[in-house]
Design a protein around this ligand. Sequence first.
Ligand SMILES: CC(C)(COP(=O)(O)OP(=O)(O)OC[C@H]1O[C@@H](n2cnc3c(N)ncnc32)[C@H](O)[C@@H]1OP(=O)(O)O)[C@@H](O)C(=O)NCCC(=O)NCCS
Length: 182
Amino acid sequence: MFRWKLEDGVELRLLQLRNAPEVFALVDTGRDFLRVWLPWVDNHRDVADTEAFIREALEQFVLGEAIHVGIWCDGVFAGVIGYHRINTENRLGEIGYWLGEQYQGKGIMTRACQAMVAYGFSELKLNRIEIHCALGNTKSRGIPERLGFKEEGILRQAERVHDRFVDNVVYGMVAGEYDFGF
Ligand SMILES: CC(C)(COP(=O)(O)OP(=O)(O)OC[C@H]1O[C@@H](n2cnc3c(N)ncnc32)[C@H](O)[C@@H]1OP(=O)(O)O)[C@@H](O)C(=O)NCCC(=O)NCCS
C-alpha cells in the first residue's frame, strides 16, 4: 500500500473510499478556484461522485494503470496527486495534481511531485514521466520547472476547458535525468 511521509507534516497516501467525504468537501468548498483549470469539478456534485472516482482509481491501481494519492498536511486533507496514466509497454507515466486554494504557496505540491517522480523511476521502473499543463496555468507549470523537467513542446488546443480549447505545454523527464538525491 502506498504511504509516504515527507518533511514538514506532509503525507501521501493511496486514496481509499473512506476518504471520499474529505475529498468531496475540499472540492465543494474550493469549486470556484478549482474549476478554472479543472472542468471535471462541475460534474462533481455529490460525495457519490467522489466515491465513484475513488472506486475507479482503485480498480486502475490494481491493474497498474494509475495511482491516485491523497495529500495530507498535518493530518488535514489538502489535495491529490497521481499518475493518471501509466503505460507499462512504454514505461511512461503522466502526473496530474490539484491542491485546495488555502494550501498553495508552501511548496507542498512541488515536494509531493518530487516524491511521486522518485517513486515512478525507482518503484514503477518508468523510463519517462510527463506533466501536461495548460499554457496559461503558470502555477501548474511552476512545478515541473522547479523539478528540472524539460519543456518539450506545445500540443495545440489539446484540452477543452469549459468553452475554449487551450494549448498544453508538455514537460518531460527521462530516467537518466533524474537525480533528487534520494
Ligand atoms: C497547480 C497547483 C497545485 C500549484 O500550487 P502551488 O502552491 O503553486 O505549488 P506548490 O505547492 O509546489 O508551491 C509552490 C509555491 O510555493 C512557494 N514555496 C514556498 N516554500 C516552498 C518550498 N519549500 N519549495 C517549493 N516552493 C515553495 C513557491 O515559491 C511557489 O510560490 P509562487 O508560485 O508564488 O512562486 C495549484 O495552483 C492548483 O491546485 N491549481 C488548481 C488545479 C490545477 O490547476 N491543477 C493542475 C492542472 S495541470
